[in-house]
Design a protein around this ligand. Structure first.
Ligand code: SAM
Length: 244
C-alpha cells in the first residue's frame, strides 16, 4: 500500500520508522511518503495560513498550497499506474482522508475498509482547519473521507494520522507476524465487536495476585467461556453502546 501524508510538520512522522510499521516500510509492504505542505508555497515566508473570512479567532489554512499539493498527489498516482483505467470505465478514485474533529468517528471497520485500498492520502490540518473549498474541490477527484479520531480537539491532524496509519497498517497482510492475533481483538468481527477479556502471562502469582484458576486448567472450552463472559462484563461496564 502507498500512503501519502501532507503536513507542515513532516518530522512528526519519524515514529513510523519504528516497530512493526517501520519493518513493513523496510520490507516494502508499506510505501509511506511524507510531504511538506510548504513545498507548494511561493512566497518568502512559505505562508500556509491566513485570517478567517467572517472574523473570529485563529487562522485558516490557505487553499492554494493544498490545491497544488493534491494536484501533485494525483499526478503521482497517474505516473504510478499509467493507463490503469479498466476498459469499463475510469479507475476508482484514490481515497483522501481528512482528519477533523467534525468528521465521522474512526473505528475498526473503517480501518479494515481502508486497509484494502491500494493508496491512501492524508491531509493534516492545523490552526482552525483547512479552507472548506479544498475538500469541496477534492471531492471531484478523490474519495474524500472526513474522519475524527474522537470527541476531543487536537492541535493538528498529525497525531490522528499516526494513529490511523498504525490501525490500518497492522491489518495489511504480513505486517503482524501472527495473523491470528488480529482475529480475536477488541472491536473485531470475530469478537462480535466486544472489548477484549483480560490477559495474563507468567508467573502464575505476582505480588500476591494469582492468575484466574481457569486459565491454568488447560480446558479450552472453559477458558473460552470465561473469556466470553469477561468480554461481555467489561463491554457492559465501559462501553454499553457496543452491546447494541
Ligand atoms: N476549529 C476546528 C474545530 O473546532 O472543529 C478544530 C481545528 S484543530 C485545532 C486543527 C486540526 O487538528 C484539524 O484541522 C484536524 O486536522 C486536527 N484535529 C483536531 N482534532 C481532531 C480529531 N479529534 N480528529 C481528527 N483530527 C483532529
Amino acid at each position: 500500500m502507498r500512503i501519502d501524508i501532507v503536513t507542515i510538520f513532516p518530522d512528526y512522522f519519524a515514529p513510523l520508522q519504528l516497530s512493526l510499521i517501520g519493518k513493513a516500510i523496510a520490507d516494502g509492504r508499506l510505501d509511506v511518503r511524507v510531504h511538506d505542505l510548504r513545498d507548494w508555497t511561493h512566497d518568502r515566508h512559505r505562508t500556509v495560513d491566513d485570517t478567517p473570512y467572517g472574523g473570529g479567532a485563529g487562522m485558516v489554512m490557505k487553499p492554494e498550497p493544498w490545491g497544488e499539493a493534491l494536484d501533485a498527489l494525483l499526478g503521482g498516482y497517474v505516473e504510478q499506474q499509467p493507463g490503469a483505467d479498466p476498459p469499463e470505465g475510469p479507475a476508482k478514485r484514490p481515497v483522501l482522508i481528512v482528519p477533523t474533529p467534525s468528521g465521522y468517528l474512526f473505528n475498526q471497520s473503517m480501518a479494515v475498509e481502508f486497509a484494502a485500498e491500494p493508496t491512501l492520502a492524508f491531509a493534516c490540518g492545523r490552526y482552525e482547519g483547512i479552507d472548506r473549498r479544498v475538500v469541496e474541490w477534492a471531492a471531484d477527484h478523490f474519495d474524500v473521507r472526513e474522519v475524527s479520531l474522537g470527541d476531543y480537539v487536537l492541535n493538528g491532524g498529525e497525531v490522528a494520522v499516526l494513529a490511523m496509519v498504525e490501525a490500518i497498517g497492522r491489518l495489511i497482510p504480513g505486517v503482524i507476524g501472527n495473523p491470528e492475533s488480529l482475529v480475536q481483538e477488541s472491536h473485531s468481527d470475530a469478537a462480535d465487536g466486544l472489548l477484549e477479556y483480560p490477559v495474563y502471562t507468567k508467573p502464575a502469582t505476582w505480588r500476591g495476585l494469582a492468575v484466574p484458576e481457569v486459565l491454568l486448567s488447560g480446558h479450552h472450552g472453559r477458558v473460552a467461556q470465561w473469556r466470553g463472559q469477561r468480554s461481555v462484563e467489561i463491554t457492559r461496564d465501559r462501553r454499553p453502546d457496543l452491546l447494541q
